[in-house]
Design a protein around this ligand. Sequence first.
Ligand SMILES: Cc1ncc(COP(=O)(O)O)c(C=O)c1O
Length: 423
Amino acid sequence: MFDYKSGLDFAKELDQKDTLAPYRNQFHIPKDQNGNDLIYLCGNSLGLQPKTTKAYVNQELEDWANLGVEGHTEARHPWLPYHEFLAESMAKVVGAKPIEVVVMNTLTANLHFMMVSFYQPTPERYKILIEADAFPSDKYAVESQLRHHGYDDKEGVILWKAREGEELLRYEDLEAILEKHGNEIALIMIGGVNYYTGQYFDLKKITQLGHLYGCMVGFDCAHGAGNVPLNLHDSGADFAVWCTYKYLNSGPGSLAGAFVHERHAYNKNLNRFTGWWSHNKQTRFNMRDEFDQLPGAEGWQLSNPPILSMAAIRASLDMFNEVGFEKLTEKSRKLTGYFEFLINELNNEHIKIITPKSSDERGCQLSIQVKNADKTLHQKLTEAGIICDWREPDVIRCAPVPLYNSFEDVYKMVEILKAILNE
Ligand SMILES: Cc1ncc(COP(=O)(O)O)c(C=O)c1O
């Protein structure tokens, strides 16, 4: 626990002592009309652009201009193995082995490709368990997989719900569901960090429980990657997917990640969709050979990848590697703890933080419920220079990101919120 104090001076003192503070200057911080920095707390939606990104992308544009097709082998970072340059650093960020990680496609597409392999329903075991407040795209994806296999998309989905009057999910309720329905469930697919409440689940615990009942277990880590130490390998999960445009600061709609646990790396019997990029690299260009499955997560690729998007990911991952995840987590806990302290100091009966209190059960995001508020509150915050997001009916989600947000950002945000609420 940190010993926080109120007042702007304390925020400034924390910023002065913050060894990661210089990284803020390595990002483009959006500005208001007068050229002042906006208070950007929306890294849970779209991360900011590192200043180095342009140079990384430009390098590929130059190589393409100068080399044309030769760039596949002759570019400064040759395009043929380009995804391999990302695997090692991405693996560090999500706590996996390089063979378990690949950057490809987009998030929902990866979720489908993973379900092709890890959702293998039978008439006895065909249901999919998700959290009740799963991100809509995940829910739609899961339902469409059920329909695709000829099952009813309502009856086939089992929801892990919060209890009446609560927002957070309890593990004992998951255990109870599994005790009752474990033998009917083919797949458990949970958002590693819930997008709405910010609850960071114990991936290992869920995986062990799921495996005990013979279910496959996968996670959507869109809100976890680059935010919390996911330790995917150690969790034992069968698969995970995530995007790179939130905490991984790689640009709107940028490519996504996928993790397939090492124990599946050499299994050629797993059902999957394939393309030439899932084929053995040594013989890929012989073209006429019979399909020869690449081992590891790479073996789930289909196509030659978009290098410009990968260049942006490389820029971002280089920064993550330089900082190291331990330092990031340390600052993140301190920054979000400070945010929580200030919100609690408001002592306003209409405000409730629905995100877990324990820093082991959350990342940087706080979801703040403001009872009786409507979207005009969000509009006022935006007009006052705070970029955060609003989720109906009454929740503001704010994510102070340790790489570019300051303690002063958080202080100012709470002061502005206080002024608006006192109007
Ligand atoms: C948890 C979660 N799942 C899925 C998606 C959809 O992502 P995409 O549009 O990249 O497929 C998002 C997007 O924000 C998300 O937060």
